[in-house]
Write a protein that binds this ligand. Structure first.
Ligand code: ARG
Length: 450
C-alpha cells in the first residue's frame, strides 16, 4: 500500500523536502511508539462503544495494534524515519497489515494528533516517573547502607565551607536521603497531577458522547481514562511536562550537591574518601591522576536539566490557545531529562557501593579545637552564664589560642581561667572530644532507619 499522509487531500503539491525534514518529529517521537499503540487501543474501545466500529472491525484493529505493540515490546520494531511522526507511521503499519485493509482507515475517526500526542506523552511520563522513583529508592538504600556501615565516624561539620561543629557522618548522609525522599514524593505528585483524558479532538471535542470516553483499566489498557472536561485545555496544556522537568531538575540539583561533596572529600586537601578505581578515570598526560569524572558529569548534567526546563517554559510562554506546532519541541527536553536522571541514578547507586572512608584523615581534622568552641560555650550556658557573655568569652579564648599558638588542651588552669573561672584544664579536655560533642546535641528527633 502506498505511503500517504494523514492530511494530504487539501494539498495540490508535494511537500517541499526541506519542509518535510524541518517539520518531522519521528526521529525523536519514535520513543513514544508503545504509548501511541496503547492510545490507539483506548481509542478503538471508545469507537466501538460509540457504535463507530463493528465488533469485527474492532477485532481486526485490536489484533493489528496488539501485534505492533508486541513487536515494540520485543525490541523487533523497525522504524522508517521517512514518515512525519510516530502517529503516521503506526497508522501506515496498520494499513499494510494483512487482513485489515480499509478498516485501518477508521482508526483516526474522531481523533486528532493534537490529543494523541498529549496522551502519548502523558503515558510515557507515567511509566518513566515509576522507573525514576524506583531508582531513587535504590540510591537511597545504598546511601543508607554506607551510612550505617560507618555510623561511628564523626566528621567536621562545615558552614561556609569552614570548620563549624563535629557531626555524625551517618546523619550527614541521611540528609541526602531526606532530599531523595522529597524527590520521590515530588515526582509522584507530578504523576498524580497528570490527567489521562481523551476526547479533545483537534481542540473542540468530537461527535462521540463523552460517556464513551470513560474507559476502565483492563489487561490491554493499563490505566482508567476519563473524557476531557475542557478540550481546549487538553490540547494546550503542557504543565505536566513542566512539572516533571522541574521535579527532575530538583533531583539533578540534589545529585549535583551530593557529587560535589564527594568530589571535595576525594581531593587531596580533604582526603576523606577513596572511590574505587573502577569508578574513576585517568589523564592522558599526567600518569598520577585519578579523577572523579562520574561525579563531575552528574554535577555537570544539572546544566542540561535546567536548560531543558527553561526551554519548555519559554516555548510555552507566548503560545495562544490551543495546539501550536511549537509544542512538538517539548519532547526532546523531556526525554533528555528523564534519561539524564535515569543514568545518573544508576551509576551513582553503584559508585556509592564503592566508597570507603579514610578514618585517620578525618580524625586528624577533628583535632582542630576550634570545632569545639560551641561546646565550650554550651558548657558555660549550662552553668548559668548568659549565652551572649559565653559567646564572647569563648571567642576571646579562641583568639588567644591563635595568638599564642597553643592548644587549649595544653593550657593550664590559670591561663584558661583568665577567661572564666569555670574553664579548667580538666573540663576543656572532657569537652574536646568528637563523640561527646555529637552526643551532646539532643534537639534532633531520632528516626529509626533500616
Ligand atoms: N508532532 C506533533 C507534536 O509533537 C504532534 C502532531 C501535531 N499535530 C499537527 N496538527 N501537526 O506535538
Amino acid at each position: 500500500m502506498k505511503k500517504t499522509k494523514l492530511w494530504g487531500g487539501r494539498f495540490s503539491k508535494k511537500t517541499h523536502p526541506l519542509v518535510e525534514e524541518f517539520t518531522k518529529s519521528i526521529h525523536f517521537d519514535k520513543k513514544l511508539a508503545e504509548y501511541d499503540c496503547i492510545g490507539s487501543l483506548y481509542h478503538i474501545f471508545i469507537l466501538k462503544k460509540a457504535g463507530l466500529l463493528t465488533q469485527n472491525e474492532f477485532n481486526k484493529l485490536f489484533k493489528g495494534l496488539q501485534e505492533i505493540f508486541d513487536e515494540i515490546k520485543k525490541g523487533h520494531f523497525k522504524i522508517d524515519e521517512s514518515f512525519e511522526d510516530i502517529h503516521s507511521y503506526i497508522q501506515h503499519l496498520l494499513e499494510i497489515k494483512k487482513g485489515i485493509g480499509k478498516v485501518a482507515f477508521k482508526l483516526h475517526t474522531c481523533r486528532s494528533r493534537n490529543d494523541q500526542i498529549a496522551f502519548d506523552t502523558k503515558l510515557y511520563c507515567h511509566e518513566k516517573t515509576n522507573v525514576i522513583c524506583e531508582l531513587l529508592i535504590k540510591l537511597q538504600k545504598t546511601i543508607i547502607q554506607l551510612a550505617n556501615e560507618n555510623n561511628k565516624i564523626v566528621i567536621p561539620g562545615y558552614t561556609h565551607l569552614q570548620h563549624a561543629i563535629p557531626i555524625s557522618l551517618q546523619e550527614y548522609l541521611f540528609a541526602y536521603c531526606k532530599m531523595l525522599n522529597r524527590d520521590t514524593e515530588r515526582l509522584f505528585n507530578a504523576k498524580k497531577n497528570i490527567n489521562l483524558t481523551l476526547g479533545a479532538g483537534a481542540l473542540a471535542g468530537t461527535l462521540i458522547q463523552s460517556a464513551n470516553y470513560n474507559i476502565a483499566a483492563t489487561k490491554s489498557l493499563p490505566n482508567s481514562i476519563k473524557p476531557t472536561s475542557n478540550s481546549i485545555d487538553a490540547v494546550s496544556d503542557r504543565d505536566f511536562v513542566i512539572e516533571i522537568l522541574s521535579a527532575l531538575s530538583i533531583i539533578g540539583m540534589h545529585l549535583s550537591r551530593l557529587s560535589e561533596d564527594m568530589i571535595l572529600w576525594a581531593s587531596k586537601e580533604f582526603d576523606f574518601i577513596d572511590i574505587d578505581d573502577a569508578f574513576c578515570t585517568g589523564s592522558s598526560l599526567m600518569p598520577n591522576k585519578k579523577n572523579p569524572d562520574v561525579l563531575e558529569l552528574v554535577r555537570g548534567y544539572s546544566g542540561q536539566l535546567y536548560g531543558n526546563l527553561v526551554s519548555v517554559l519559554v516555548t510555552m510562554k507566548g503560545l495562544p490557545l490551543a495546539y501550536n506546532r511549537d509544542m512538538q519541541l517539548d519532547k526532546e527536553p523531556l526525554f533528555s531529562s528523564f534519561e539524564i536522571i535515569q543514568e545518573s541514578l544508576k551509576v551513582l547507586a553503584e559508585l556509592f557501593k564503592n566508597i570507603s572512608f579514610k578514618r585517620e584523615n578525618i580524625a586528624r581534622q577533628l583535632d582542630d579545637e576550634s570545632l569545639y568552641a560551641t561546646d565550650i560555650s554550651d558548657y558555660l550556658v549550662k552553668n548559668k552564664v548568659p549565652f551572649k557573655e559565653a559567646h564572647t568569652i569563648v571567642g576571646n579564648l579562641i583568639r588567644h589560642k591563635y595568638k599564642v599558638g597553643k592548644e587549649l588542651c595544653e593550657m593550664e588552669d590559670g591561663e584558661l581561667q583568665r577567661f572564666h573561672k569555670l574553664l579548667t584544664s580538666k573540663i576543656i579536655n572532657v569537652i574536646i572530644n568528637p563523640q561527646t560533642s555529637v552526643k551532646s546535641k539532643k534537639s534532633v528527633r531520632k528516626v529509626k532507619r533500616s
